[in-house]
Design a protein around this ligand. Structure first.
Ligand code: ADE
Length: 250
């Protein structure tokens, strides 16, 4: 089934280029995903098309107002039978991880809301039953780039979005580890040689080498991921052992 992604934004034009190249373009052309942009400003009730206002209690910046965001979200929700998971892009959201991208790729419908200014009126979160996602611990000037990152990470996981040769199976983070190093022709470049083992044709030893490289890289660059991988492996080894003992007992 075609996944549907709605994007609610004040700047739909920002999405045009990323959505019209490479994998995202192909996935839309092939009917794997349908991505629909809606301009929140078109749902502003007043003649000035106002979408933001000063914060109650004072302070700098402007806050996205409830009425246009609610009107836009409710309109978009009514276009399909599935309400869809509605996600606000904010630096306070749950972190976008590969596991989260995989989870989202299994949804029939996502509604991504990109905000500008200082943030959203708090009642948007409550009243629209919204989740929040962050793409990292830094502050962007708006949620648009974050929404594009979510779209890219999710769509490439959909069945048929990647050709065989760029399969997502070996992605970094897929098994909680960083990817092994890659090489292509020429065999030697400015004195740097491709590791001999990759030229050996011995698929078993190549797989073993790649796993070792993945582990080494992860340990060096992302000790947090490495520790989590070790803990998971210990836990599965324990349950495997337990299952075996039970098998023997019964
Ligand atoms: N909007 C501003 N900063 C953001 C971030 N880090 N992630 C998601 N949305 C954002």
């Amino acid at each position: 089934m075609t996944m549907r992604i709605d994007v609610l934004t004040l700047f739909p034009e920002m999405f045009e280029s990323p959505l019209s190249h490479s994998i995202l373009k192909r996935a839309q052309q092939q009917g794997i995903v349908e991505i629909v942009l809606s301009n929140i400003r078109e749902f502003a009730a007043d003649a000035y098309r106002k979408v933001d206002d000063k914060p109650y209690g004072g302070g700098p910046g402007m806050v996205m107002m409830c009425p246009p965001v609610f009107a836009c979200a409710e309109h978009v929700r009514s276009l399909r039978p599935q309400p869809g998971r509605l996600i606000l892009l904010t630096p306070q959201g749950a972190p976008l991880t590969q596991a989260k991208a995989i989870e989202l790729s299994r949804e029939p419908r996502l509604i991504l809301v990109a905000g500008r200014y200082e943030g959203f009126d708090e009642r948007i979160r409550e009243g629209l039953d919204a989740e929040e996602l962050s793409i990292g611990d830094y502050v962007l000037s708006g949620g648009e780039l974050a929404a594009m990152v979510v779209i890219d990470a999710v769509v490439r996981l959909l069945d048929g979005a990647l050709g065989d040769e760029d399969s997502a199976a070996n992605d970094s983070f897929g098994d909680g580890l960083l990817e092994y190093p890659h090489y292509t022709r020429p065999e030697e470049f400015r004195g740097m040689r491709v590791p001999q083992i990759l030229l050996s044709g011995d698929h078993g030893r190549i797989a073993q080498w790649r796993l070792e490289q993945s582990l080494q890289r992860t340990q060096q660059r992302r000790p947090d991921l490495y520790a989590a991988w070790l803990a998971r492996r210990q836990a599965t080894n324990k349950t495997l052992k337990k299952d075996k003992n039970q098998e023997i007992e019964t």
